[in-house]
Ligand binder design. Structure first.
Ligand code: FES
Length: 88
């Protein structure tokens, strides 16, 4: 199933990014070296990230505290940034 039509990202690719440490839609986009365009996929990506951590075998806190395989710096206003870019 396609999650992001603008970048042709499917659910398996988004799950791969989450497995590699992405925790927000903005970090999923960074994982694939792209930026949000229309933003319609952001709520779905956010829900997938929450489900990913909620289903983590070590629990939500461990998932959120897990060091990613490749550190993905997260700006404090990641969601605002994502929507801001979409508005450009
Ligand atoms: S559907 Fe993902 S940015 Fe447009």
């Amino acid at each position: 199933m396609y999650v992001c039509i603008c970048h042709a990202l499917n659910d398996k690719q988004v799950s791969q990014a989450l497995d590699n440490g992405a925790r927000t839609p903005a970090s999923v986009f960074r994982h694939f070296e792209c930026q949000v365009q229309c933003g319609k996929c952001v709520p779905t990506m956010r829900a997938m990230a929450q489900d990913h951590c909620g289903n983590h075998p070590s629990g939500l806190a461990a998932c959120q505290g897990k060091a990613p395989a490749q550190p993905l710096p997260e700006p404090a206003n990641a969601d605002a940034y994502a929507y801001g870019v979409a508005a450009e």
